[in-house]
Write a protein of this length. Structure first.
Length: 251
């Protein structure tokens, strides 16, 4: 089930602006990585490349030892088991949970949709994420935390092996956050690789195995989470001691 990923000298340009400068590192299967960096560091662009929403200008993305062919889009990445859980949920509010989970991937029985099979598989996916809801519930009736779990359930129903979570606790209560962390631990045990993007360094410290730090489109550090403090993480993100951010006022 696990997936191994490597970035090889990845660059990305938007017109005359280069936002990634030869990024290269590998992700081992079944680990949780904290991806850190200030806004504009290149994190989102790199993850969009990994998830197939963007293509590198130069360089390669290697999945399970094979170089990904350019131009496949998010469908090709999803077929490799790589799914981005968007910060703004990518769900259709007026459709049911089952319809959302199988949108574009409908199960058919002959020429007809197999609604029974899709409901059964939806129940199984919801059980994986600890969400005991009726598959026929419309998404617009769900609270934010439930929508997030539906996104994760959809990814798992499509055999996701690597999940990219972008600020996943931004709108969650403390209790909902704890449930998400428990789910992440279970997914890791099952061999799923997780990339966890967050500015909440206490969460990164608690949930990740390694931190990967980007700054100005470059990879600047990769460390075992247990070997760095939150202050060191922050210093790596900004490129200087935090004390320098608030220098004493001159008399």
């Amino acid at each position: 089930m696990s997936v191994a990923v490597e970035f090889r000298n990845v660059t990305k340009e938007f017109g005359p602006v280069r936002v990634l400068h030869g990024v290269g590192f590998a992700l081992q299967p079944g680990r949780v990585y904290g991806l850190l960096g200030e806004n504009g560091a290149g994190k989102s662009t790199l993850m969009k490349i990994l998830a197939g929403y963007e293509s590198p200008t130069t360089g390669e993305v290697v999945v399970d030892g094979a170089v990904r062919a350019p131009g496949g889009g998010s469908r090709a990445a999803e077929a490799q088991g790589i799914v981005l859980i968007h910060q703004e949920f990518n769900l259709a509010d007026d459709l049911t949970i089952a319809q959302n989970i199988f949108l574009g991937h409908e199960i058919k029985k002959g020429p007809f949709l197999d609604d029974k099979a899709m409901r059964e598989k939806t129940r199984a996916a919801l059980a994986q994420v600890g969400l005991p809801l009726d598959p026929d519930t419309r998404v617009k009736k769900l609270i934010v935390a439930e929508k997030q779990l539906v996104e994760i359930a959809r990814a798992l129903a499509r055999n996701a092996r690597l999940l990219i979570m972008d600020e996943p606790t931004a709108t969650l209560t403390p209790g909902e956050t704890e449930r998400l962390f428990a789910l992440m631990a279970g997914l890791k045990t099952a061999g799923v690789t997780i990339i966890y993007i967050s500015h909440k360094l206490d969460e990164v410290e608690r949930t990740t195995d390694e931190v990967v730090v980007m700054r100005d489109g470059l990879l600047v550090a990769r460390e075992a989470t247990a070997s760095v403090t939150r202050r060191q993480m922050a210093n790596l993100m900004v490129g200087r001691e935090l004390a320098d951010l608030f220098p004493p006022k001159l008399p």
